[in-house]
Design a protein around this ligand. Structure first.
Ligand SMILES: OC[C@H]1O[C@H](O[C@H]2O[C@H](CO)[C@@H](O)[C@H](O)[C@H]2O)[C@H](O)[C@@H](O)[C@@H]1O
Ligand SMILES: [Ca+2]
Length: 742
């Protein structure tokens, strides 16, 4: 059985070229038996074959036929340490442990062939193959191999296949966490913990006493972990969240009961954490909207277990913390993130509906979403009582502790100078109300809202976010309303009873039942209000609405396309959005977060913000594609997906397998280079990338389902979109000219 993909069967002497690293490198036999081992190739996966099919020249010399056949492929006999040394000294000329197009080595290394018992040599050429060699050798070394028999197929693999395979077999597992004795030290690690003693710490809600007991036992059994276990009080206040800044920690999520047996056969019950996928890099906890995006990729890869358990973790968060959290760390307790629970639960349900407990799973998720809808999104302060629209407006106190150290320096500098204090001294005094600065209070009210919006940060939102009924949030709530209504009607006989534990913060009494009609009315009302206040007929786009100034905003944001995803646009509005709106956001690498005009001039005093032009983010792409398809704009969805996938694949090929958090979608050569705010995540690896970045991984596999087969092949040969489309048009013209009608 091959890792998680499971699509290869193997006889005792036959191995898969594309086995996951563990299967490939853990086998002693495969790498010692030079002659007995047969390796299957998947010729359709080979870059060589792709090039041949296109009539293009191979970028490297092929060896003699006695050493390679289409059946087996060429194999190399490689001494791991020595070859790694040569690669590093000769090819990694800038010494960053990656081989990229920026290295100036000779770009060629000669390897011994396995079939000649190391007698003959064959040259491996070019950045892509050499960087794949570096990646493979780094993995081989990690598995303790001194010598390997390496399939050439792993070096010249079609890059689309290689990246999809890495995501499926490696990246998801690399990003999966579980909060229990098996790996709590990994889940608890927090690169954003800037305190002097960043020890592992877990906060357990008052309603989960078994978990509190369990983690205390883990701490006692394994003192070397220095695990600090704390129980949260029942009421979580802004003051409490602020006080926890000195002792930041992980927040407990859902667990399941499991039976364990010791050596003597005694059975005991223990707890096992429900797994979740983290975004990656500095973000090592369960995030709100990242999880939804990740689940789209996980479901394609048949990792339903993971997507399902993330839904259950969200239910736990709503039940115990009152909301789906921005993420599960103490400093995120006061705020949420863009809500996607209903769509996520329905997609999981689609996959598991044949299972006996699937209806119960969906019922719990919908009940949790109803509670979240009322108690978080449509009650004050997030609700604007005048319009009935909602805003990102979380509660909190003081300066968010998790950002990079320099993030607020330019904001706080005048106040620090005014009070003649050191930076940290001022932050403390301000956080604890010893210094009153109402203007700063206002700034941080909006800053918290920006972070809740997921779009942290952007000039669209800075200094105003808590007042904005954004097109994104209100589209998402419209989707909640329609999803909840439809689910109650079609799956629960138009009657859903609200149990006591889901009533708090809602208008319902325990045992009261709800029907779909009220949800249909809510959706209808929201749509009418959004049409009236947010739609600009002339511009052909929805805009945010400022509930304080009572006026429509003018910042052009890609979130206008979320109206398509949610299904809130009429067919005419959708056509306008595509005709007038979309061209403003379409760049070389896909959809940009906002337009250059709206961002305005940037400079030393007004630095770049990561959710503005020229940056593009995975969720914006995925929602745009899905929305366009929903309204049958197939060509546009395919084109945008192609551009995004091309940019990611090209960076992956040219930069040693890199997959990052966000991209500069206007930059064809090195789009992964983003220096705004905390920089990019996913860049920091030695030799081989192990995780990619959660939502970009998902966008890659999701996007590959959007483009057609022809496009997928063209992506594999790194054909830029313009070249691809010209070839298609030429072909069409020829076909048209040759068409004879009888
Ligand atoms: O530490 C700074 C901020 O980091 C997070 O925001 C960014 O990463 C998140 C995880 O991928 C993502 O959900 C968000 O859209 C990004 O902007 C965090 O969510 C912020 O609250 C935090 O202040
Ligand atoms: Ca390098």
């Amino acid at each position: 059985m091959q890792g998680t993909s499971g699509h290869r069967s193997r006889g005792s002497e036959e191995y898969g070229v594309y086995d996951d690293a563990k299967t490939y490198y853990a086998s002693e036999e495969r790498h010692s038996n030079r002659y007995g081992v047969r390796t299957r190739t998947y010729s359709q996966n080979s870059l060589v074959k792709q090039l041949e099919r296109m009539g293009a020249q191979e970028p490297f010399r092929r060896g003699s036929h006695d050493e390679t056949t289409m059946e087996t492929g060429r194999r190399f006999l490689v001494q791991v340490d020595a070859t790694l040394e040569i690669l590093k000294n000769q090819e990694d000329t800038d010494g960053n442990m990656q081989i990229t197009i920026e290295d100036n080595g000779p770009k060629v290394i000669s390897l011994r062939t396995a079939a000649s018992a190391g007698h003959n040599r064959f040259e491996v050429r070019g950045t892509y193959m050499l960087s794949n060699l570096l990646q493979e050798l780094t993995l081989a070394k990690e598995y303790g191999r001194k010598q390997i028999i390496l399939d050439e197929g792993r070096l010249n693999e079609n890059p689309v296949d290689r990246l999809s395979r890495l995501i499926r077999d490696h990246f998801w597992d690399g990003l999966t966490r579980r909060i229990d004795a098996s790996s709590i030290e990994i889940a608890a690690r927090d690169p954003k913990d800037w305190t002097d003693d960043p020890r592992p710490r877990i906060y357990v809600p008052i309603g989960a006493p078994e978990q509190y007991e369990y983690y205390q036992k883990v701490a006692a059994d394994r003192p070397e972990l220095r695990l600090d276990v704390q129980q949260l009080p029942e009421k979580i206040t802004p003051e409490l969240i602020r006080d926890m800044n000195d002792k930041p920690g992980l927040l407990a999520v859902a667990v399941e009961k499991v039976e364990e047996e010791d050596e003597l056969g005694n059975k005991t019950t223990s707890l096992k954490g429900l797994p979740f996928v983290v975004p990656g890099g500095r973000f090592n906890e369960l995030y709100g909207w990242d999880s939804y995006m990740e689940s789209l990729g996980l479901l394609i890869h048949e990792r339903v277990d993971l997507a399902k358990s993330m839904v259950l973790n969200f239910c736990f968060c709503i039940e115990h913390y009152g909301k789906i959290l921005n993420a599960t760390r103490s400093y995120y307790l006061g705020r949420s993130q863009p809500p996607f629970l209903t769509d996520m639960a329905l997609r999981v349900y689609e996959k598991i509906k044949h299972e006996p407990d699937s209806k119960e799973f969906l019922r719990r998720a919908i009940l949790a979403a109803i509670k979240e809808y009322h108690s978080v999104w449509t009650s004050e302060p997030r609700l604007d009582p005048v319009t009935g629209l909602s805003r990102y407006r979380p509660e909190g106190l003081g300066v968010p502790p998790e950002t990079e150290a320099t993030h607020f320096v330019h904001i706080l500098k005048p106040y620090i100078e005014k009070h003649k204090m050191e930076f940290e001294e001022f932050v403390r005094a301000y956080n604890y109300g010893e210094i009153k600065e109402p203007e700063l209070d206002e700034y941080f009210l909006h800053d918290r809202a920006v972070r809740e919006s997921g779009h942290d940060t952007s000039y669209r939102l800075e200094g105003v976010c808590a007042d904005l009924a954004t097109i994104d949030l209100n589209s998402l709530l419209f989707k909640y309303e329609t999803d909840i209504g439809r689910t109650i009607r079609s799956l629960f006989g138009d009657k859903l009873v609200i149990p006591a534990e889901f009533c708090q913060g809602t208008p319902y009494q325990p045992g009261e039942s709800v029907s779909s009609a009220v949800w249909d009315r809510r959706a209808k009302r929201r749509k009418l209000t959004m049409d009236k206040l947010m739609w600009n007929e002339e511009e052909g786009m929805f805009f945010d609405y400022d509930t304080a100034k009572r006026q429509r905003c003018t910042y052009e944001t890609a979130t206008t396309l979320w109206a398509l995803w949610a299904g809130i646009a009429t067919p005419k509005q959708a056509a306008d959005l595509v005709k007038k709106g979309l061209p403003r956001f379409e760049m070389f690498g896909g959809v940009v977060a906002g337009t250059e005009k709206s961002r305005g001039a940037i400079g030393l005093e007004r630095p770049n913000r990561q959710w503005d032009y020229p940056y593009g983010w995975a969720p914006q792409q995925m929602l745009a594609w899905t929305g366009l398809l929903r309204y049958s704009f197939t060509e546009e969805a395919e084109r945008l997906a192609y551009k995004w996938l091309f940019m990611i694949t090209k960076a992956f090929v040219d930069f040693n397998g890199v997959v990052v958090e966000k991209y500069d979608v206007t930059r064809p050569v090195d789009p992964h280079r983003v220096d705004a705010e905390y920089g990019n995540q996913g860049l920091d690896f030695k030799g081989v990338a192990k995780e990619g970045f959660g939502w970009v991984n998902a966008s890659y596999v999701y996007g590959l389902q959007i483009v057609n087969a022809h496009m997928r092949r063209a992506l594999g040969t790194l054909t830029p979109y313009e070249t691809f489309i010209r070839a298609i048009e030429l072909n069409n013209e020829r076909a048209l000219a040759g068409l004879t009608l009888t």
